[in-house]
Design a protein around this ligand. Structure first.
Ligand SMILES: [Zn+2]
Length: 286
């Protein structure tokens, strides 16, 4: 089905995914609707997403992705202002959509900004302060396309290996920096490697620093294909996909845009559209 090269699934490239994201529904968003008023600040911006034209896809030698449906008015995940934060790796939906998240921020390839500008594929960026501090500006045009910037610690530790106080400083310091640099407080947190996601210490640290959910993933993009958490190797509606800002030194010579093009091809082959994660999450009222 794929070109021969894709058989080589590079399992060593798992800097952010080695311990997996899995364990999805264990602590799903609270069922109680938390905001009857539903004046979510994100609701206003959620009509149909802009679509790239055929020429844009052709420029990048890609087949067009299906058009994503308009963002739902009733968000399937509703976050509360206080208390335990939910942990999830997928979004409840029947639509044939997936969500793309890109982590860390190491590779800062101008061609990738051009690619997202052309293709208008929504992504969520989980950024790590020490990895992006050499060039905060790189991510601003990506943000200006409507993409959200979320919290991924200061220096990418294994959270379960450090003290609760250190966990808190990892989340709070990245939160403060991202808020200052990008003008908006992250709503979501992702622990490096998915590590510690279900621990009380991590949940407490996240609560104390501002994010209102912990986001894991179902699939992890490598070089040519994804690592799937399920044996059938198929995307499912609502899956969250992990990718990284990586360049040739980490991608066996491939560029960020080549890797991302292959990710989009794998999504397109399975007939899925890419939707914006934040359009499916209701931020706490107020
Ligand atoms: Zn990471």
């Amino acid at each position: 089905m794929y070109a021969a090269g894709t058989a080589v699934l590079i399992s060593t490239l798992t800097a952010c995914s080695s311990s997996g994201g899995g364990t999805s529904a264990a602590s799903q968003a609270p069922a109680a609707p938390s905001a009857q008023a539903s004046a979510s600040p994100q609701a206003a911006a959620s009509s149909a997403a802009p679509q790239a034209d055929a020429a844009a896809w052709a420029k990048w030698k890609l087949k067009p992705l299906p058009e994503a449906p308009a963002a739902p008015a009733d968000k399937p995940i509703k976050l509360t202002a206080k208390g335990q934060v939910p942990v999830f790796s997928e979004v409840p939906t029947k639509d044939k959509i997936v969500f793309v998240t890109i982590d860390d921020g190491a590779e800062k390839d101008p061609k990738f900004v051009e690619m997202l500008t052309d293709l208008k594929v929504p992504v969520t960026m989980f950024l790590t302060k020490d990895i992006i501090k050499s060039d905060y500006g790189y991510f601003k045009p990506l943000q200006a396309l409507g993409n959200h910037i979320q919290n991924h610690t200061v220096d990418h530790p294994q959270m379960s290996k450090i003290s609760p106080a250190k966990q808190k400083s990892e989340v709070c310091e990245d939160q403060a920096t991202l808020t200052e640099q990008y003008g908006k407080a992250p709503l979501l947190f992702r622990p490096p490697f998915g590590d510690g996601a279900h621990t009380a210490a991590l949940n407490t640290a996240v609560q104390e620093c501002g994010p209102r959910a912990v986001v894991l993933w179902q699939e992890s993009m490598q070089v040519h294909d994804m690592q799937y958490q399920t044996g059938d190797k198929k995307l499912k509606p609502g899956d969250i996909i992990l990718a990284h800002f990586r360049g040739p030194s980490e991608l066996h010579g491939e560029t960020m845009t080549e890797m991302f093009g292959e990710l989009l091809s794998r999504i397109q082959e399975q007939g899925f559209a890419v939707a914006r994660l934040e359009d499916y999450i209701q931020a706490p009222a107020g």
